[in-house]
Design a protein around this ligand. Structure first.
Ligand code: FES
Length: 106
């Protein structure tokens, strides 16, 4: 193991985690609720504002414990914001509320 904290040059203001978890069972999962499409919408929103990865990171993730067939789960850290049932059409409102309409609050 190597600690690389001092070598890491990326200085993220926040990191958006979008659940794309797949589940082979009767229970709802974000993969079937548009997770990949929602993650793509988050990335596009940031790219359009020149804020993708620097200063806001985006990662897809496994279950965040907010499973619903109505949409995807998202958390924004370290802001400690959590969202359930997010659809791609909700991303503009969610991101604008979190970072400002032009990503001006980052
Ligand atoms: S499967 Fe996405 S929050 Fe559980």
């Amino acid at each position: 193991m190597k600690r690389r904290t001092d070598k890491q040059t990326t200085r993220l203001d926040a990191h958006v985690f979008v659940c794309v978890n797949e589940r082979d069972s009767e229970y709802a999962c974000c993969a079937e609720a548009g997770g990949e499409e929602t993650a793509a919408a988050v990335k596009t929103w940031l790219r359009e504002r020149d804020a993708f990865w620097s200063p806001v990171g985006v990662s897809t993730t496994d279950c965040l414990g907010l499973c619903s067939e109505a949409g995807t789960a998202i958390t924004i850290q370290p802001h400690n914001e959590w969202f359930a049932e997010v659809r791609p059409d909700d991303v503009d409102d969610l991101m604008s509320e979190a970072f400002g309409p032009g990503a001006d609050r980052i």
